[in-house]
Design a protein around this ligand. Structure first.
Ligand code: S3P
Length: 171
C-alpha cells in the first residue's frame, strides 16, 4: 500500500464522495481533503456566499486553484473528494487525467435527489426544481466523469463500506 496513488473521488452531488473519502482515509491512514471545505477555508466564507458574491465562475476559479495545489504536492498522498462540478473545466479534467486513481462514484438521479434532499448548502439546487437540475447536470457531466475516471463504482445499492472496499480492492 506504500506506493499507492492519490485517490480522487469525482461524481455528482449526493454520490457520497465525502463519506467514502473519510472511510478510505481512515483505512489508508492518509489525510482526507474535501475540495469544497478547502475552498471555504481559504476564502473564509461558505460556498453559498462565494456563489452569491463571485458567481459560479468565481467558485470554479477557486476550485481549479485548490485542485492544482493539492495535486502539485508530491510529498503527501491524499484522499481528495471533489465538488460535483470539478469536471466542467477542461483544465481540471486534464489535471485529473494525469492522476492514476480517479474514482467516479456513480449514483442515479433518484439517489442523488434522495441524498441531497436534506442539505441546503448547495446553491445550484436552489435555482429551480432539484430533480430537473440534477437530471440536466447529469446529462452533461456523466460523460465527463467517465472521461477522467480510472475506476467507476456504482453506489446506489451499496453500503458506503462496500463502496470503499471496491476502491481499496482496485489499488
Ligand atoms: C457543485 C457541487 C458541490 C459544490 C458546489 C457546486 C456542483 O459539491 O462544489 O455546490 O456544481 O455540482 P458536492 O458535489 O460535494 O455537493
Amino acid at each position: 500500500m506504500k506506493n499507492a496513488p492519490n485517490i480522487i473521488l469525482v461524481g455528482p452531488m449526493g454520490a457520497g464522495k465525502t463519506t467514502i473519502g473519510r472511510l478510505l482515509s481512515q483505512t489508508l491512514e492518509r489525510e482526507f481533503f474535501d475540495s469544497d471545505r478547502v475552498i471555504e477555508e481559504k476564502a473564509g466564507a461558505d460556498i453559498p456566499w462565494i456563489f452569491d458574491k463571485e458567481g459560479e465562475d468565481g467558485f470554479r476559479r477557486r476550485e481549479t486553484q485548490v485542485l492544482q495545489t493539492m495535486l502539485d504536492d508530491k510529498e503527501q498522498l491524499v484522499v481528495l473528494a471533489t465538488g460535483g462540478g470539478i469536471v466542467m473545466r477542461e483544465e481540471n479534467r486534464d489535471l485529473l487525467k494525469s492522476e492514476l486513481m480517479v474514482v467516479y462514484l456513480y449514483a442515479s438521479v433518484e439517489q442523488q435527489l434522495h441524498r441531497t434532499s436534506k442539505s441546503n448548502h448547495r446553491p445550484l439546487l436552489k435555482k429551480g426544481n432539484p430533480k430537473e437540475i440534477l437530471t440536466n447536470l447529469f446529462k452533461i457531466r456523466d460523460p465527463l466523469y467517465r472521461e477522467v475516471a480510472s475506476l467507476i463504482v456504482e453506489t446506489d445499492a451499496r453500503h458506503p463500506r462496500a463502496v470503499a472496499n471496491k476502491v481499496l480492492d482496485a489499488i
